[in-house]
Design a protein around this ligand. Structure first.
Ligand SMILES: [Zn+2]
Ligand SMILES: [Zn+2]
Length: 345
């Protein structure tokens, strides 16, 4: 079968690899119907040092169950399943608490034995605890929307929940990538009344407005902080969603959070070398919550809302390619020619 491998700095190749087989009785073999490239796939892609060995990549996919191990109870061959971006047992202390990302038996895709989501077939460990079946066929037009539940929509939702967004909230969303845009949709879904999106890209701002942003601030850094303060009587926003993970976005988040407010963060920290200004957070009693999103915990409720048409996050995909064209997909996202790339095997 064909799969995407990361070889080194900006070196992505599609190669023939062995077909995965069941290794554990709790495994499922899933034939991928749709996968996509994540903003976090760009971090290894952009690294200057090459990995020791070329490795499989991709962690967002959905597909059809082709084989199940003897101990798999809740899934059957032929089920269309959505894979959260990490696998988890569903049974340990953390899984039962809805924090499947800390599962004591869980882990990430991308190793040789498990494979990556950007491939034609994936061996999914701990299938019962990981995969969520959706009552749709392989040609259902909602598949791209369902694929976002693998990561970006669940992560945007986690940002909104962590920021304490609810009915009538005013929230500022920092980041106009797929996660930030899904964060806007999630905040809207939770009943936020005023959603301010910081976005300097007109095409992304347009998706944000479609998702429920009530205002867009097309500034960065100091100017963005000034614009938020100006629109909030100099006090800042009660809810802030940090969906980038860099020093600059964190500095903005800290400075625009209102006294007593909450910052929900989901951006993978990258170069936040100076850290957070604790004296400001302390003085203003600002809460910081969030982290890696337990997509598996949110999947059932978000799935229901995609199926009944309440939310449609699929507009975050603005480029569709074949799996063979994955290298071009990475380049397009790296050069910001695409927000998020859908891959069809
Ligand atoms: Zn991802
Ligand atoms: Zn677990």
């Amino acid at each position: 079968m064909r799969a995407v491998l990361h070889h080194g700095p900006r070196d992505i190749r599609v190669e023939t690899v062995p077909d995965p087989v069941l290794l554990e009785p709790t495994d499922a073999i899933v034939r991928v119907t749709l996968s996509c490239i994540c903003g976090s796939d760009l971090w290894p892609y952009r690294r200057q040092d090459a990995p020791e060995h070329a490795h499989r990549i991709g962690h967002e996919f959905l597909g059809v169950v082709e084989e199940v191990g003897a101990d798999v109870r809740t899934l059957a061959v032929g089920d269309l399943v959505i894979a959260p971006f990490m696998y988890s047992c569903g049974d340990c202390e953390f899984c039962r608490a809805g924090l499947q990302t800390s599962c004591v038996r869980g882990g990430f895709y991308g190793s040789e034995s498990i494979g990556g989501g950007q491939g034609q077939v994936v061996r999914v460990p701990l299938a019962d605890g990981t995969l969520v079946a959706a009552p749709v066929g392989e040609d259902d037009p909602r598949l791209p929307a369902l694929l976002t539940l693998s990561d970006v929509m669940a992560t945007g939702h986690h940002a909104a929940v962590s920021a304490g967004v609810g009915a009538g909230s005013h929230v500022v969303v920092i980041g106009d990538g797929a996660v930030g845009l899904c964060g806007v949709l999630a905040a809207h879904r939770l009943g936020a009344e005023r959603i301010t999106l910081l976005s300097t890209h007109e095409d992304r701002a347009a998706i944000g407005r479609r998702f429920g942003a009530t205002e867009v601030i097309a500034e960065r850094g100091e100017a963005a902080v000034a614009a938020v303060l100006e629109r909030t009587d100099g006090l800042g926003a009660p809810h802030v969603m940090e969906c980038v993970g860099m020093q600059g976005s964190w500095d903005t988040a800290v400075r625009i959070a209102r006294p007593g407010g909450t910052i929900g963060y989901v951006g993978v920290p990258n170069g936040v070398d100076e850290g957070l200004d604790l004296s400001v957070l302390f003085r203003r009693n600002v809460t910081v919550r969030g982290g890696v999103a337990p997509a598996r915990a949110y999947l059932p409720e978000l799935l229901a809302d995609v199926l009944d048409g309440t939310i449609d996050p699929s507009p975050v995909f603005d480029l569709e390619l074949s799996l063979e064209e994955a290298p071009e997909g990475y380049a397009a996202m790296d050069q910001r020619r695409a927000t998020k790339v859908l891959l069809r095997p």
